[in-house]
Write a protein that binds this ligand. Sequence first.
Ligand code: ATP
Ligand code: MG
Length: 331
Amino acid sequence: MRIQGDLVGGPRRRRLRHDGAGAAFVPCREIGHAGEMTDVGSAQDLAERLRSTGYLADDGLATVGFLALRMGRPLLLEGEPGTGKTAMAEALAESLELPLIRLQCYEGIDASQALYDWDFPRQVLHLRAMEAVRGVDELDVDAVEKSLFDERFLLARPILRALRESPVVLLVDEVDRADDEFEAFLLEVLSTNQVSIPELGTVAADTPPVVVLTSNRTREVHDALKRRCLYHWIEHPGLAREVAIVRARLPEVSERLAEQVTGAVHRMRDGVELLKPPGVAETLDWATALHALGRDSLDVESAATTLGAVLKYREDADRVRASLDAMLTSA
Ligand SMILES: Nc1ncnc2c1ncn2[C@@H]1O[C@H](COP(=O)(O)OP(=O)(O)OP(=O)(O)O)[C@@H](O)[C@H]1O
Ligand SMILES: [Mg+2]
């Protein structure tokens, strides 16, 4: 981790921290946030660091990413599928040399899956062991209960881990899949950087993590959460940048094939009405598939046989197949 001696300025908050079981809350040192601790000096600097991991960010994304670090605010990335939202968080963690902790959201996720659970089988074993050693009648109920809700039986889930282990990058992926209640919970955690565990007390992050949230906009994220974040919509990349992405991610693929595949994908996105326009992920898959078949250029026949790497709906494949000739000859 790169840590600068002279930390970048920013609002500092006085925080409370739990000082062990049963103890009162105590004020802890004034803290900054994980972004503040990095020595990223500018948006360009961040773009270069991301590039060194193989992630090519445009100016808009690099700027909002830099500001999120500087201001200690979560970064909310929205965009079409396969436009590099998740990869941005991964690249950010790698380039800052911070661990990445990922929370994958899904329908029905609740706070216990994001925060912590108790290891029930191990608690039962512990109870049995105590009964075997002392006999049921000898056990002090209060002491037994206390020992069951001990730290060692706590299963820390991603958000609790992030608060405890920070400085880290916390990726809250596909937040639009979770429901309103979970979003409200997230908002609270992101606002306070602490959580309360009834049996143990409050856990507060010494250093609030760098947080990246992603959404495919299957539903609108609430204004309250958006207000807390810096927001960026990731567009499909322009032709030249997408060729550069293919070259960076797949150096084994020839330049010619990279250009032809990317050009064909762009014509699909722009020229044909598709149910699911291909993202960068599909461009990479298509180039990988053609390379695996030993091709170093794109012709109609190999394009037709590998369309499944780039289009995932039968209707889309039919539509593109009908105009494949024209699509590739205009390459
Ligand atoms: N700017 C970029 N630079 C380098 N690689 C990229 C870039 N954008 C996308 N990719 C690559 O494209 C693929 C898809 O990216 P990713 O999974 O991050 O998309 P996503 O937006 O999270 O998609 P989804 O909404 O489906 O989760 C990954 O292999 C990623 O590395
Ligand atoms: Mg993703």
